[in-house]
Write a protein of this length. Structure first.
Length: 454
């Protein structure tokens, strides 16, 4: 790091940041009451609100959104005439999956091999701490030069749209000149990156029925239509033999013309086993940033342990379809639904329920805010130039904000990078990335304020 005063201040604040992230990670804030009690999310929201109050934010409130989650809001007024910047993060997290596969408890921040491990450490509780660090550094070095709104979402990982719906009903609440979404990250650790595109998504739950009840496979198997086998066949129709997504009517040959992702690097980052091929065709960047991708993320079927010799009467699956920029999530939902209803074998009865959706997003990287961020990142990452990449994931709020505030500039940064393994077991954050990205955000706010005065 350079000897810049902002850098020195944030370096001195890192022990406090670790202590705060330890507290925040400890909340089991999975926004699904079927998995963890709602009280865990409520407690995390209260912690975030308390942190904002401690930083002298005004109008701090826990907002009850239509999906039942709480979003935390606060406002920090800046100098007269200063622009307003909205800082976004989310405090809800993905379930830890197989806790036995974690090398340390998922909800206990644990330092190992120079990284801090814990669910939400990078995605996105660390993003909230990043915002705190940036603001504290500015306060210690002349003050925060902009007005700041902070919104911390409580159900981003569920994709249920609570905050988007709340913002649409209260359009004045999140109005800002620029929005910094702290929920993406660098293409690689040490390489400063802004995310210029996001794939959208649609999430569907499929129910399939063939019999009134389960049957003995010895007595009826071979003629009785097996719902689980029918579901497997239906799901298989969503991919070609090479793994390419094949939803009827959906375009799957678009190209990515920006920063490329070498296949060898992707195999390493994704931890693909030796001898196992990548799926689909085109460049890796084409596949993960520019094209639709279907994934079966869950299926209800009898577990192997305790299974009985039965023909299954019913089956259920949950399907995620990522929608690239240029596509439309509503249209993708219609096409996927029609595909599922028309492809079931043996006349099986199929019903489809939508459980989440978000539109894809493309940022204007030529805007003044991006120039201010590029200058900031040169200081935070000496010798490196800011890169622009896509991201295969979805942040539905981006499009809602773009529609509500068409003049606002939207930047996407964050703490994720390949080693972070967000959404997987053993998620972690690099404290060096947290430190450098906090420096970048603080300097961006200063640069942006100065650009508005010029």
């Amino acid at each position: 790091m350079t000897a810049h005063p902002i850098s020195e201040t944030i370096a001195s604040l890192m022990p406090r940041a670790k202590a705060e992230l330890t507290e925040l990670v400890a909340f089991q804030s999975v926004a699904d009451p079927a998995v963890y009690p709602r009280s865990e999310c409520d407690a995390a929201a209260e912690w975030v609100a308390g942190a904002l109050r401690d930083e002298d934010f005004q109008d701090v409130a826990l907002l009850d959104t239509p999906d039942g989650s709480k979003a935390v809001y606060g406002f920090l007024p800046g100098p007269a005439g200063a622009p307003t910047v909205l800082l976004y993060a989310h405090y809800d997290v993905q379930p830890p999956l197989d806790e036995s596969a974690w090398l340390s408890p998922p909800f206990e921040l644990t330092e190992r091999d120079g990284r801090w491990f814990g669910r939400g450490s990078a995605d996105c509780k660390g993003g909230f701490v990043m915002h705190l660090l940036a603001l504290r550094a500015l306060k210690a070095n002349g003050g925060v030069p902009v007005s700041v709104k902070v919104i911390a979402e409580g159900s981003e990982e569920q994709g249920t749209g609570g905050l988007e719906q709340y913002a649409q009903a209260h359009p004045e609440l999140l109005a800002a000149d620029t929005v910094v979404i702290g929920d993406t990250g660098n293409f690689r650790a040490g390489l400063p990156t802004v995310t210029s595109t996001l794939r959208g998504m649609t999430m569907l739950r499929v129910n399939l029925d063939t019999l009134e009840g389960n049957l003995h496979s010895g007595q009826f198997g071979g003629a009785a239509p097996d719902a689980l086998a029918a579901m497997i066949q239906l799901l298989a129709s969503l991919r070609a033999e090479d793994g390419t997504t094949t939803v009827d009517g959906l375009t799957t040959d678009t190209k990515w013309d920006g920063l490329q992702y070498p296949e060898a690097d992707f195999r390493k980052d994704a931890k693909v086993l030796d001898g196992v091929e990548l799926i689909s065709t085109g460049t890796v960047a084409d596949r993960i940033w520019a094209r639709p991708a279907v994934t079966v993320i869950g299926i209800d079927c009898p577990p192997v342990v305790g299974a009985t010799p039965s023909v299954q009467a019913s089956a259920r699956a949950q399907i995620s379809l990522r929608v690239p920029p240029g596509g439309d999530a509503d249209e993708a939902t219609k096409l996927l639904t029609a595909h599922l209803l028309s492809r079931a074998p043996w006349g099986a009865r199929v019903s489809v329920e939508q459980v989440g959706q978000g539109q894809p997003f493309r940022a204007d990287v030529s805007s003044p805010a991006y120039a201010a961020m590029a200058d900031a990142m040169r200081v935070a990452y000496p010798g490196e130039e800011m890169q622009s990449s896509g991201m295969g994931g979805s942040i539905p709020l981006c499009n809602a904000l773009a529609e509500l505030y068409p003049e606002a500039e939207i930047l996407l940064i964050g703490l994720s990078e390949p080693e972070a393994q967000i959404h997987a077991v053993n998620e972690s954050v690099s404290p060096e990335e947290l430190e450098r990205m906090s420096v970048a955000e603080a300097l961006f706010l200063r640069n942006y304020a100065a650009s508005k005065k010029a």
